[in-house]
Write a protein that binds this ligand. Structure first.
Ligand SMILES: [Zn+2]
Length: 128
């Protein structure tokens, strides 16, 4: 119970996702990146932060698909993506779903972009 109350108090009342970008806090003391952002750093307890914007560019770290029970079931593809900061100096992992028709379109290291969506983290493949 105590941890639930604490997390509500330290949660920042700001939207993290703005369009196809994500704004998080980076600790100025130890460099820890916290998403969703809180009022303190969970690595060094520091409270001095810089705001860093990530996305939309990223690359696939890992991926998987949902189980298809029937041939008519719609299969979903999800995984982790490494999103890069605006200046390219930082990266962070973000989970979400991939906007693809087949798992064959996915590969580790594949370039993706975060899609602007208020509710879900959706990634689309970037063709070069
Ligand atoms: Zn820190």
């Amino acid at each position: 119970m105590r941890s639930i109350q604490e997390s509500l108090i330290t949660r920042l009342k700001v939207p993290t996702k703005i369009g196809n970008k994500i704004k998080v806090k980076k600790c100025n003391n130890c460099g820890n990146i916290r998403n969703p952002p809180r009022t303190y750093c969970n690595r060094c307890q520091g409270t001095d932060f810089t705001e860093v914007t990530f996305g939309p560019k990223g690359e696939i770290i890992t991926y998987s698909s949902s189980y298809k029970r029937k041939a008519t079931d719609k299969q979903r593809f999800f995984g982790q993506v490494r999103l890069f900061s605006d200046n390219g100096k930082d990266s962070m992992g973000l989970g979400g779903t991939f906007d693809v028709e087949s798992i064959d379109e996915l590969d580790i290291g594949q370039k993706v972009e975060l899609v602007a969506d208020d509710r879900y983290n959706i990634f689309k493949i970037v063709r070069e």
